[in-house]
Design a protein around this ligand. Structure first.
Ligand code: SAH
Ligand code: SF4
Length: 343
């Protein structure tokens, strides 16, 4: 039997091709997109306005492809961590409920190949890229699908290392024929790979979070080895080419490592480096990863450093890490393959 191709994860152009192959008019593609991305159906039978012969044709050649998550764990604060098994390997997704919003933190890869020295995902190595459909399954396939208001690409992997699939998933989420979410509710986090960053900013209009962690190249390279060939200088040059405002926000993420990167000297250098950018700073207290030596800062350290950055003229927020007890907090997603799910 032929391998059935999944429709879920196709953009309008690809769905139009499916329709043409099945001898349908192009406009039927919009109906398919509606059933897939607005109604979240799991079978062709549910597609009420699609003709019976075309449904039969779809059934023979395609599947919808909904990978059900394998399991989830739930934190005392309500955060959930879902485990999926995709073609590339195990992948985790975090769902963070809030008073005014429900945020889902999706992965773009299974593992990551950038090996940042502080990150659990990096320590676990790289298993492969996720498809656009697999990125979307982490939204449509979890129990809170209906409630999700915000999406952050801050799970496992480096989004710009899987740029085309990430862009396609964003297209499906934001276009009117897709989920029709406002791009201002989506944020992609990256260490910044200049050429891909430029393409990403040109081809999407979602918000960007850039992982800074140190204003000093010699210190940043120890944390993020990719800094060696993807310098802050080049990253900032690319950022300056694009426009950021209250709809498309630019945020610098800055993990605070106890005793390492929160001195007055750091605050001054950050001020100098980012002065001509319309950016805010999000301070993240380091979440300790077993076997790594970096330490979490006390909250007074976070507050002190926040004040110093505010004196430099920045709007600065502190991210309160959720889901620590289930290892769902920032940088803790590891989907350990040596710890497979009990199914
Ligand atoms: N690869 C991308 C996106 C995934 S990581 C990136 O690095 O930006 C999302 C955020 O979590 C990044 O800012 C990353 O630096 C941060 N992070 C990684 N490990 C962490 C940890 N142990 N504690 C706190 N933040 C961490
Ligand atoms: Fe990859 Fe981001 Fe972790 Fe670095 S911090 S290893 S880029 S997931």
């Amino acid at each position: 039997m032929n391998k059935l191709l999944p429709l879920f994860g196709m953009n309008l152009f690809e769905l139009e091709e499916v329709c043409l192959k099945g001898e349908q008019k192009k406009f039927v593609a919009k109906q398919l997109a509606h059933w897939l991305y607005q109604k979240n159906v799991s079978s062709f039978e549910e597609m009420k306005n699609v003709s019976a012969p075309f449904k039969a044709y779809l059934q023979e050649n395609y599947c919808i492809h909904r990978s059900k998550y394998l399991r989830y764990s739930e934190s005392v604060d309500g955060t959930r961590k879902y485990l999926f098994h995709f073609e590339a390997g195990y992948t985790e997704t975090a769902m963070i409920p809030g008073e005014k919003r429900t945020t889902v933190c999706v992965s773009s890869q299974s593992g990551c190949r950038f090996g940042c020295s502080f990150c659990a995902t990096g320590a676990g190595g790289f298993s492969g890229h996720l498809t656009a459909g697999e990125i979307l399954e982490q939204i449509y396939g979890i129990d809170e699908n209906q409630e999700i208001s915000n999406i952050v690409y801050m799970g496992m992997g480096e989004p710009l290392d899987n740029l085309q699939e990430v862009l396609k998933s964003i297209e499906i989420l934001t276009e009117n024929w897709g989920r029709a979410i406002s791009p201002s509710r989506i944020t992609v986090s990256t260490i910044g790979l200049p050429a891909k960053l430029d393409e990403f900013l040109a081809k999407s209009n979602v918000s960007l979070a850039l992982s800074l962690h140190s204003p000093f190249p010699e210190e940043r390279v120890e944390l993020i080895p990719a800094q060696k060939s993807n310098s802050l200088e080049d990253i900032i040059r690319v950022l300056k080419k694009h426009k950021f405002n209250q709809h498309r926000r630019l945020t610098f993420e800055y993990i605070v490592f106890k005793g390492k990167n929160h001195s007055y000297k750091h605050a001054r250098a950050i001020g100098e480096l980012l002065k001509s950018l319309n950016a805010r700073i999000n301070l993240i207290p380091y979440n300790e990863v077993p076997a790594l030596t970096f330490q979490s800062p006390e909250s007074y350290i976070m507050n002190q450093f926040k004040k110093e950055l505010e004196l430099q003229g920045f709007i600065c927020t502190v991210r309160n890490s959720r889901g620590q007890d289930i290892e769902a907090a920032c940088g803790m997603l590891a989907a350990k393959e040596n710890n497979p799910p009990s199914e």
